[in-house]
Design a binder for this molecule. Structure first.
Ligand code: FAD
Length: 312
């Protein structure tokens, strides 16, 4: 049992988008000197189980959705997990916390899922951000930060593809649509249960289906790329969320020679050591993205990667 956490922060505000999706704005007692994180990083939130003290406390990593330059509380976009794995799920404790209540927030950020730590700030390629559910949080932080530093920033190299079951689950949609109009952000939301969303006129299907071979030409057109131009020469991919989204994006993009930033996958697919990574991901669960130990999985993918690299 994890020992009780000493609370050091206050939940200032929560915005419940649905029963299971909320934005939390949390303020540590001792606000760190800004900027204390880089867009794309996460920090650790925690709570004690007050109803069942015998279960102790729990801490979980959460991507930061606010920008480093923002004044006031730090923002997080969190889903209540319906089928947790642990006996003391954090999200179930968090959902009982109201504005004004105390909680734990480690005011130290971590993670290398940042532009700086991956392709570098000067890289001019399109940055295609793929998110399902709350996986959009780090990308929201990134575009907000661009705007904070320059309200007239040209966001046309930022592409955000956001998937959810229903339109109401597409958090931050209004803000992102506004940025499409004012700053050229390329943003498309897609819903996987359109039959239950009458009136929805946007894209349908899971977010990773944008990368199906049959749909890639449409994405190329939307992005102003020539046919066949969706390649690592022009595009870099960032994915955030659960394994299904990551695997579903990584695998079709093997045929376009996109190289995942994960040593064991690179090795399994026979990627030359000097080839640069072009797919970066932040994974919210622990399932393997590709089962590199299973030859029946790896061999066909390896062949596809070798063929794609040879076409370059
Ligand atoms: C670096 C990092 C950043 C993260 N950032 C966020 C974030 O910004 N927002 C957020 O909601 N979660 C985020 N998570 C997931 C979070 O840390 C917890 O795993 C999640 O909140 C479930 O914790 P729990 O204790 O309630 O459930 P647990 O008992 O720990 O159950 C874990 C299981 O919950 C499921 N799960 C985890 N995250 C999600 C999710 N977002 N949506 C649906 N199912 C999920 C998975 O199947 C996982 O195996 C992040 C995880 C990591 C590693």
């Amino acid at each position: 049992m994890a020992k009780p956490l000493e609370y050091n922060a206050t939940l200032k505000e929560r915005i419940d988008l649905t029963d299971a999706l909320s934005i939390f704005r949390i303020e540590p007692d001792q606000p760190p000197t800004r900027p204390w994180f880089v867009p794309g990083q996460y920090c650790v939130l925690g709570a004690n189980n007050l109803e069942k003290p015998e279960l102790g406390s729990v801490r979980r990593s959460m991507s930061i959705a606010s920008a480093p330059e923002d004044e006031g509380p730090t923002e997080f976009y969190i889903r209540w997990v319906a089928k947790p794995e642990s006996e003391n799920p954090f999200t179930h404790l968090l959902w009982k916390i109201k504005a004004g209540d105390r909680m734990y927030m480690r005011p130290v950020a971590a993670g290398v899922f940042t532009i700086k730590d991956t392709i570098g700030l000067e890289d001019t390629r399109l940055r295609v951000m793929v998110a399902a559910g709350t996986g959009s949080a780090p990308f929201v932080s990134m575009v907000r930060s661009e705007l904070n530093r320059n309200p007239k920033a040209d966001l046309s190299k930022w592409v955000l593809l956001h998937g959810a079951s229903y339109p109401a689950d597409l958090g931050y949609r209004e803000e992102l649509m506004r940025l499409s109009e004012t700053n050229g952000l390329k943003y498309w939301g897609t819903v996987s249960r359109p039959k239950e969303a009458p009136g929805w006129t946007g894209d349908v299907g899971r977010v990773e289906s944008f990368f199906d071979a049959a749909r890639l030409p449409d994405l190329e057109k939307r992005l102003g790329l020539p046919p066949g131009g969706f390649t690592p020469q022009n595009v870099v991919i960032y994915i955030c969320g659960l394994t299904g989204t990551i695997t579903g994006t990584v695998i079709p993009l093997i045929d376009r020679a996109f190289i995942p930033d994960f040593k064991r996958i690179r090795e399994a697919l026979g990627v030359p050591a000097d080839a640069k990574d072009s797919v970066f991901y932040e994974q919210y669960d622990t399932e393997p993205v590709i089962n590199v130990k299973d030859p029946s999985v790896v061999e066909p993918l390896r062949e596809r990667m070798q063929a794609a690299l040879a076409r370059l």
